[in-house]
Design a binder for this molecule. Structure first.
Ligand code: HEC
Length: 437
């Protein structure tokens, strides 16, 4: 079987500016490394942290104290993650063999055009998580095949766990109250997917805020977007939320996705406000399932890659990206499909990505059990859904890795950290981006 080759020239990445460094040529050996411990948080939501279950800490967390004011032991992340991941009050559906802890190596640099954020971590599996869900022909119809490991069909052993690896960065420029102390936990609430008291369809359909923004589930939100931060149903008005956005009260959320963005040398660009939203413009990925028939819209171009579809036997053997402008053709319903034929559930396209959603590029590779990902983000973005990165400034950041075929809360996360861009020696930050020569 032929492999789909990834050719990522500087021009293809859109980084051809005379002032930009060639990210492939940055000498990372000269850039300081910060070790960021990541741990499995289970269902430690905003609400749990403010409850009596969080022993003797509810009052302090409500008051706004930093997590690390108490969780300051050297092994804090390791201890919490390794305990929660095994199951218990904060993890009702443990994943067999999942690691509770990960070391994330972080390095940062910048030049006159871009910031370069480099990440390295070891994967639980002996393969890179570049596969995502498929559409599979069952002899009659095409159905989604493969699910994230916290989903019922995988928990019950009816479906394999298939989901892309991810590296996420949540970033605040100091305008989101409390993010500098409690980081990502501001956004993680009861009612969300895979969290306690998960929403029902009826509840979402009856909710004025979510229906007005055309959403059918509950995802990350900032406390300020609700009249009662602990109750997702109490959303403020769309006008009030627009005012929060205009005042910069939102978080940037950059996600590098091993299937849906990596295939075209990008990371996606989103933000968290009343929901986890995509920036304006268009993402580099879109659903490949036809709304009416559920059959694929595109299949592989046999002339280019040697096959129209794969089967489960090819899983984890090479990359299986379906890229519109490189290796895809419109789906042919009469191509003699057999039971077990599989086509990706998502179509990827560098050409389709546009606007603010297309700001972040990325170069990544997986070698001997380790991902190395460099995210490239232009400095000084002026879109109303971006946080502008500027030399000399300091940001509050949280990091997360989704590893081993999982989504939602099944990640390993960091406590809040600080990222500076070339800040002077007197300013203390966890990660200081160095100016490239
Ligand atoms: C006032 C001190 C204090 C603060 C502030 C605090 N915690 Fe805790 N936390 C504790 C204590 C004490 C425990 C209980 C440890 C135990 O039961 O072994 C705990 C337990 C936890 C646990 C469960 C660990 C387990 O073993 O089940 C998680 C997760 C957690 N905290 C996360 C956080 C996060 C996230 C924040 C910030 C939003 C935070 N904590 C803020 C004191 C604190």
């Amino acid at each position: 079987m032929k492999k789909t080759a990834l050719f990522l020239s500087l021009a293809a990445l859109g980084l051809g500016s005379a002032f930009a460094a060639d990210p492939a040529k940055i000498n990372w050996a000269k850039v300081p490394v910060t070790q960021v411990p990541l741990f499995y948080p289970g269902q430690s939501t905003y609400e749990w942290l403010r409850s009596d279950e969080h022993k003797n800490a509810a009052k302090e967390v409500k008051r706004g104290d930093a997590c690390t004011a108490c969780h300051d032991e050297e092994s804090a992340e390791k201890d919490i993650g390794n305990k929660i991941v095994k199951g218990g009050r904060l993890e009702p559906t443990p994943i067999p063999g999942k690691s509770g802890y990960k070391d994330l190596k972080v390095q940062a640099a910048y030049d006159d055009s871009n910031a370069y954020l480099r990440f390295q971590w070891k994967t639980d599996n002996p393969y890179p998580g570049t596969e995502h869900q498929y559409l599979r022909f069952d002899g009659k119809e095409w159905k989604v095949w493969g699910f994230p490991k916290l989903d019922k069909p995988v928990q019950q052993g009816k479906e394999p766990g298939i989901y892309e690896d991810r590296l996420s960065v949540m970033l605040d420029d100091g305008k989101v109250p409390g993010f500098n102390k409690q980081g990502c936990w501001l956004t993680c609430h009861d009612g969300q997917r895979d969290n306690p008291k998960q929403f029902t369809k009826e509840e979402v359909a009856a909710n004025p805020l979510l229906t007005s923004i055309k959403k059918s589930d509950v995802r990350k939100y900032l406390p300020e977007t609700r009249t009662d931060p602990s109750n997702w149903k109490t959303g403020k008005t769309v006008e009030e939320i627009a005012k929060l956005k205009a005042d910069g009260h939102f978080l940037d959320l950059i996600q590098w996705r091993a299937h849906r963005s990596h295939a075209v040398g990008m990371a996606d660009d989103g933000y968290v406000l009343e929901f986890r939203l995509s920036d304006s413009g268009r993402d580099m990925f879109s659903g490949n399932s036809d709304n009416a028939t559920h059959a694929p819209k595109f299949m592989w171009d046999e002339k280019k890659v040697g096959y129209k579809s794969i089967t489960a036997l090819q899983l984890h053997k090479g990359d299986h990206f379906l890229i519109r402008e490189q290796n895809a053709v419109p789906f042919d319903p009469n191509a003699g499909w057999k039971e077990g034929d599989m086509i990706p559930d998502y179509l990827i396209s560098r050409e389709d990505a546009m606007g603010s959603a297309a700001d972040n590029k990325a170069i990544a590779s997986w070698k001997e059990g380790m991902w190395t990902v460099v995210i490239i983000r232009p400095l000084g973005l002026t879109n109303d859904d971006d946080k502008a990165l500027k030399p000399g400034a300091v940001y509050n950041v949280g990091f997360a890795v989704h590893d081993d075929n999982i989504t939602t809360r099944g990640h390993q996360v960091s406590f809040e950290k600080t990222l500076g861009l070339g800040v002077t020696k007197g300013t203390k930050v966890d990660i200081n981006a160095v100016k490239l020569p």
